[in-house]
Design a protein around this ligand. Structure first.
Ligand code: 0WD
Ligand code: CA
Length: 390
């Protein structure tokens, strides 16, 4: 409590609650003008090993191969090594940022100056949630936000109750989740495809600890951002750009016109997820309810908005970008830094579907809950802060 008082005093004004509402999406005319979004540029890639160690290599990178027709997506279900659900920590991305900094230092540059131009840092999944919020009708979300050296850092806030819930999903839903991972295994190989026509097949048992991640820089309106995200595989080879990245998805086979609007709403999330990391291609495996692969469809990410335009369940990506840039401007206006180097100030943004976002500073008990007894300054691991002070 005393820390909180200290904070208010130094700032000269209390950290007040604030809220941002957006107009209903039926008023599509709201989007005033086009919001530019810069093509993401890859800065670094890294891998998580089966023991969940982060290594600066591409050992977890996969190559795309065409999956066998009619594949059984339940294959290997009982051998699935499932990573336990965890807090939406930003640590892995910060490790990537620190590595980019140390590589710069080796070239005689400063390790942190380049971050001065960066307005925000986030996992891609968080940005997807932010940008698609205007069309979200069901799922709320909460973010923890901190300002460090002029840069906003986001992490998803996942309560302990929510983690327990995610670790105890009913078997029926669990198997549906698995279909997505097993599709990935059928579509990937640890070697580039054999030009003489290697027989497609199972790429290996699913271990969700293993991930290949890319850190990219981009810019939304005037805000430069660093975004990290998981990349499913590459076509042919990885050339250091995002141009060969491929996102893999599964979806229930569309059986009639009544299924189409639902799929088009899903495409909104597919679109922004890939768009944000510069992934140019999304391959959707359609499946039966019991997990039999029926057909494949390849989508060029940038063409998706045009495909859904004027259809039932359609959406406007410009509205999302407009909302996203307003959201960031709103945070820049309201989120303040800790007044001294030793007091963390975590802000909590809470999104309520069809309503908007409220923002408030966490009091000490909220901060304690986020820190969770770990060696942290707010949600930052202490080593990251130390690198900044050096
Ligand atoms: O554990 C968590 N609750 C979270 C973990 C929340 C947010 C992020 N992360 C981790 C991810 O596991 C990854 O290491 O952050 C990193 C980057 O994730 P991202 O690319 O920002 O995540 P997102 O775009 O939401 O999801 C990409 C993929 C998913 O693929 P599909 O096709 O389903 O969108 O990451 C995987 C999943 O395969 N993924 C997860 N896997 C296991 N547990 C989780 C999770 N909780 N979240 C995403
Ligand atoms: Ca995927």
């Amino acid at each position: 409590e005393s820390k909180r008082l200290h904070l208010d005093n130094v700032l000269g004004e209390p950290c007040a609650n604030a809220s941002l509402a957006y107009p209903p999406t039926s008023h599509v005319t709201w989007s005033p003008h086009a919001i530019p979004f810069q093509k993401p540029q890859s800065l670094l890639s890294f891998s998580y090993s089966p023991s969940r160690l982060l290594e600066f290599s591409d050992s977890a990178m996969w190559y795309y191969v065409e999956p066998p027709g009619g594949a059984d997506l339940q294959h290997g279900y009982d051998r699935w090594i499932r990573r336990p659900e965890e807090k939406g920590r930003i640590d892995g991305l910060l490790r990537g940022i620190a590595k980019i900094g140390s590589d710069k230092e080796k070239r005689g540059e400063s390790s942190t100056t380049w971050l001065r131009d960066v307005g925000m840092v986030s996992w891609r999944g968080v940005m997807t949630k932010i940008l698609t919020a205007p069309y979200e009708e069901r799922d709320p979300w909460e973010l923890n936000i901190m300002l460090l050296d002029g840069t906003l850092y986001f992490e998803e806030y996942i309560s302990d109750a929510k983690i327990r819930e995610k670790n105890n999903i009913p078997p029926k839903q669990r198997i549906q989740m698995y279909y997505g991972y097993s599709f990935e295994s059928f579509c990937t190989s640890d070697r580039p495809p054999d030009p003489r026509g290697r027989m497609p097949g199972w790429g290996g048992d699913v271990d969700t600890n293993v991930q290949w991640c890319c850190v990219a820089k981009t810019k939304l309106a005037d805000t430069r951002m660093i975004i990290g995200g998981e990349v499913d595989c590459v076509r042919e080879r990885f050339d250091g750009t995002t141009d060969n990245f491929v996102e893999l998805k599964t979806s229930l086979t569309i059986r009639g016109p009544q299924d189409e609007p639902r799929f088009e709403k899903k495409l909104l999330k597919f679109y922004f997820q890939s768009f944000l990391l510069g992934v140019p291609e999304i391959i959707v495996g359609f499946r039966t309810p019991s997990g039999r692969l029926t057909t494949l469809q390849e989508f060029k990410t940038l063409q998706i908005p045009r495909m859904v335009r004027d259809k039932p369940g359609s959406w406007d990506p410009q509205l999302c970008l407009g909302w996203g840039s307003r959201f960031i401007a709103f945070l820049k206006e309201n989120v303040s830094s800790p007044p001294t180097q030793d007091v963390p100030c975590i802000w909590r943004a809470s999104f309520t579907p069809k309503s908007g976002v409220t923002l408030k500073p966490l009091d000490q008990s909220g901060v304690d809950e986020v820190v969770n007894g770990e060696d942290r300054f707010g949600f930052f691991p202490s080593w990251y802060i130390n690198g900044f002070m050096a």
